[in-house]
Write a protein that binds this ligand. Structure first.
Ligand SMILES: *Cc1c(COP(=O)(O)O)cnc(C)c1O
Length: 373
């Protein structure tokens, strides 16, 4: 089985960089989807050691797992809960609930009354344009009416999410930010104690430090995988280590892999590894080609993307070994010509850990006794 190797010194480097950029704002580590694939519990434990005391997740089970492994700080749920049993579990474990509308406020209030609690911590989720969870930023009346029904809930924060923080044109971001700030001011003027305000995530932390407010919610920057130009020096933190399970010499013209799409142009020494797309190789987030604001721009971007696509490869010592043919579910074939690879050796692949099956072992490497990624 392959393993996901995490370079602790690179992770530390990124964490310190984030803390520096956040300045006086709290760093809220977003650990959705198995901590972006780095492993929820080991990643959270690492962050706690580095002084992070705010965490956010999208699933209650992840929040409970964090409490279960000794995470003491704030844990915020970024999505609303409605199930009574889940709300009880969350309240018992001091998880901050997400109030995204009157229904989630009512469900939380009912659970708080049942538990005889008078100050269950909650945060308000505001939709400033994303079109997902939250109260509409313009509907101040609805927010105020809902707040009135929350006598057993304690408001400890208010947040929104940017939808275009990685786009060149910053006008949408600025519009979202100013509407959020305006709402916060209005609520404060009406005597509401709103707690911490946060709207920024990784891309905006790099681009718009003026939007840090009281907290920044960070996920991908910890991994060094930011979607915007990085002039700060974030580092890649992980790679997939795979084992060579077969070495062969194949003649020119021989097929490699599925789909009748690849033939060898020369006699080639091939190396088969035990990692495939089930371990994240070749996987990339794809954008659904739906109703685009500007279809022509969209097509041009897709075209440019497909022309500049980098051929996949594995690293062995200081060499890059090209992937031959299509990546299979559990294996990938490499061109190992001229390279002294043997069965049992390991090679490493660059990978987005989000796509690495959660059963794959996460190996936190503290000292670089083994070769780096
Ligand atoms: C995922 C997520 C984040 C973190 O985004 P990154 O760009 O990975 O830093 C922040 N806030 C919300 C609501 C999210 O869903």
């Amino acid at each position: 089985m392959p393993t996901l190797t995490i370079d602790v010194s690179a992770l530390k480097h990124n964490t310190h960089l984030i803390q520096k950029l956040a300045a006086n704002a709290a760093v809220i580590a977003v650990l959705k989807n198995n901590g972006y694939g780095l492993g929820l519990v080991p990643f959270a434990s690492f962050l706690q050691e580095e002084g992070i005391s705010h965490f956010a997740v999208t699933e209650l089970c992840d929040a409970l797992a964090l409490r279960g492994c000794g995470i003491r700080g704030h844990i915020l749920l970024l999505t609303p809960l409605y199930e009574f049993d889940e709300l009880i579990d969350a309240i018992q474990n001091n998880i901050e609930l997400c109030i995204s509308g009157p229904a989630s406020a009512r469900a939380a209030q009912d659970a708080a009354i049942y538990m005889n609690c008078s100050a269950v911590p909650v945060q308000l989720c505001i939709d400033t344009g994303f079109g997902r969870f939250g109260f509409s930023v313009d509907n101040v009346k609805k927010i105020q009416d809902t707040l009135e029904t929350m006598s057993c809930l304690k408001l400890c924060g208010i947040f929104s999410h940017l939808y275009a923080s990685a786009c060149k044109n910053s006008s949408a971001v600025r519009k979202q930010f100013s509407s959020f700030e305006r709402l916060c001011t209005t609520l404060t003027e009406h005597g509401v104690s709103i707690g911490m305000r946060h709207i920024s995530s990784s891309s905006s932390l790099l681009r718009f430090p003026e939007m840090n407010l009281d907290g920044v919610r960070i996920g991908s920057a910890f991994l060094g995988r930011v979607a915007v130009r990085d002039s700060f020096g974030f580092q890649e933190v992980c790679c997939l280590r795979a084992l060579i399970s077969e070495i062969r010499t194949l003649p020119m013209g021989h097929n490699v892999g599925y789909g009748n799409s690849f033939r060898l142009k020369h006699p080639t020494i091939t190396a088969v590894t035990d990692a495939g797309y089930a371990h994240g190789l070749g996987m990339k987030h794809s954008h659904f080609p739906g109703n685009h604001v500007c279809p022509i721009l969209y097509i041009l971007r897709r075209l440019r993307q497909s022309l500049t696509i980098r051929a996949p490869f594995a690293r062995y010592q200081n060499r890059k070994l090209p992937v031959l043919g299509q990546i299979c579910m559990n294996s990938t074939i490499l061109d190992a010509t001229g390279c002294h690879l043997q069965v049992g050796d390991t090679v490493s692949f660059p990978v987005n850990p989000v796509y690495v099956d959660s059963r794959i072992k996460r190996n936190y490497l503290i000292s670089q006794t083994e070769p780096t990624c």
